[in-house]
Design a protein around this ligand. Structure first.
Ligand code: GTP
Ligand code: MG
Length: 462
């Protein structure tokens, strides 16, 4: 009989790319033996996928066009009379590295976050990002992430200089795939509305307002808008600009809590610097508007204020607007009790989140005021919360696409033309005066007061 049957060449574990052929070979020490093959528990049959060949002492299994479903353990059992030996090996099918999700060209406004995301079909990969063929490195503004098969590049506050051709190069051994796209970050090359942030401009605007002798004194300005939009802060800020020093007006809500901070109807006078005289206009703010019917200032109360019927210190009651029988109802208002310019304050960072109901309320107020001929201005507050570029440099206010976009949104949703919309950053946390803050506030205020004066000239004084 000689030596016992034994395996001379074992099956080898094999890794192959999908679509290729896998060959498993086993050799025994005796000629004339027979063999059977198994894939897991299933016996392999000759067909156009598998071919089993015997060549003397050598047994070969070929798997054509191998796919992931053919992965697994393969076993050969070789029999020679009553002797039997076996060998097992693992076949792993790798898919060729390919891209399963690409990213597209991006157009962004300065200050926005840009996110490029792509995915490949395998995890045994590494990636590098390039911008215009130069390797990108992580920084304060650039973050790279790998989550399994997914690769993410985040440019946090995109700047014009981030414009370029971005590539994610994914590698595994000698395989490599590329995903590329164009990122264009737009910032206006020139200001789309001109403004001079210099002390002369500031002083000139201040002097004009201080020396103004209006048709009617005082002109009355009414501020309205959603809760927390910065109405009280705007009055505080105007006060600070004319005082020339930071004061704590204690008007605004420091915490920005859920319900309106302003509850009473109050008239705010602004003192001229170093005198006990007041500027020839007064400002009123109201409780914030809310979308629910029973919450926030009642639109009818705003109408009563416009007509001059509301007495000082009237307590706003969201569900019960002022009636003619109320002791706070002023029956015969004087021309200075009436409102000469209506100002809507909208927070730049929240415009998109304000409901249609709130806008419907504001539009209705606006339309009724228009019927009365009252001029209207929109002050867009919190530009620093809407655009990072502006947050770090207020001089960029009319360069920022984001700010223009937000102003456009105010214009569309409220129906006010762009030239009646002014972005303003309030003095809400700083401890010293800032020229740019002053100039923006004075610019907006100057338009408001001139509109009010024109209205007084045409409607009130005969
Ligand atoms: N970042 C930033 N915050 C601001 C600005 N203006 C106001 N705020 C903050 O926004 C919050 C609300 O401001 P208020 O002035 O109380 O708003 P309001 O419209 O009077 O609010 P209600 O009286 O509650 O309706 C406060 O925490 C302010 O500090 C601004 O220009 N930029
Ligand atoms: Mg307020």
């Amino acid at each position: 009989m000689g030596a016992a049957l034994s395996v001379e060449q074992k099956l080898q574990d094999t890794v192959q790319f999908a679509g290729n052929e896998v060959t498993l070979t086993c050799r025994v020490n005796k000629d004339g033996a027979s063999a059977r093959w198994w894939h897991g528990d299933v016996e392999v049959q000759n067909n156009n996928k598998f071919s089993m060949v015997q060549d003397g002492m050598k047994f070969v299994l070929r798997i054509r066009n191998v796919q992931r479903s053919e992965e697994g353990f393969y076993k050969i059992k070789v029999k020679y009379y009553n002797e039997e030996v076996e060998s097992t090996a693992m076949v792993t099918v790798k898919e060729n590295l390919r891209v399963s999700r690409t990213f597209q060209d991006v157009k962004a406004s300065a200050g926005q976050e840009v996110i490029l995301k792509c995915e490949v079909n395998r995890e045994d990969v590494t990636a590098e990002w390039k911008k215009d063929d130069k390797l990108l490195t992580e920084g304060r503004n650039v973050v790279m992430e790998q989550r399994g098969k997914e690769f993410i590049l985040k440019i946090k506050h995109a700047q014009k200089s981030d414009t370029g051709f971005y590539t994610c190069l994914v590698k595994s051994g000698s395989e490599e795939v590329k995903i590329s796209a164009e990122v264009a970050v737009e910032e206006f090359d020139r200001e789309w509305r001109s403004i001079n942030f210099n002390p002369q401009t500031r002083n000139k605007l201040e002097a004009e307002l201080t020396q103004l002798r209006p048709q009617l004194e005082p002109l009355r300005i009414l501020l309205y808008g959603p809760i927390g939009s910065g109405k009280s802060s705007f009055i505080n800020s105007i006060d600070i600009v004319f005082k020339g020093k930071i004061s704590t007006g204690a008007l605004a809500d420091a915490a920005g809590a859920g319900i309106s901070f302003t509850r009473r109807f109050q008239t705010h006078k602004i003192e001229k610097k170093n005198t006990s005289e007041f500027l020839p206009f007064v400002l009123n703010d109201v409780m914030g508007l809310e979308d629910e019917k029973s919450k926030g200032v009642h639109p009818d109360d705003i109408m009563s204020i416009l007509k001059g019927h509301v007495k000082e210190n009237y307590l706003f009651e969201p569900s019960a607007p002022l009636s003619e029988e109320d002791p706070d109802y002023k029956r015969d208002p004087s021309p200075t009790d009436k409102v000469h310019c209506l100002v809507c304050l909208l927070p730049a960072d929240k415009i998109s989140f304000l409901t249609d109901d709130i806008f419907a309320k504001m539009r209705s107020i606006r339309e009724q005021a228009s019927d009365m001929g009252i001029p209207q201005v929109v002050v867009m507050t919190k530009p620093d919360m809407a655009c990072q570029v502006v947050k770090s440099d207020l001089r960029k206010i009319y360069y920022s696409m984001k700010i223009k976009e937000k102003m456009q949104e105010c214009s569309n949703r409220l129906g006010v033309p762009m030239n009646c919309i002014f972005p303003v950053k309030n003095y809400h946390e700083v401890t010293e005066l800032v020229l740019e803050v002053d100039v923006l506030i004075l610019k907006a205020l100057s338009t408001i007061i001139h509109f009010a004066n024109d209205y007084a000239r045409q409607h009130v004084v005969r």
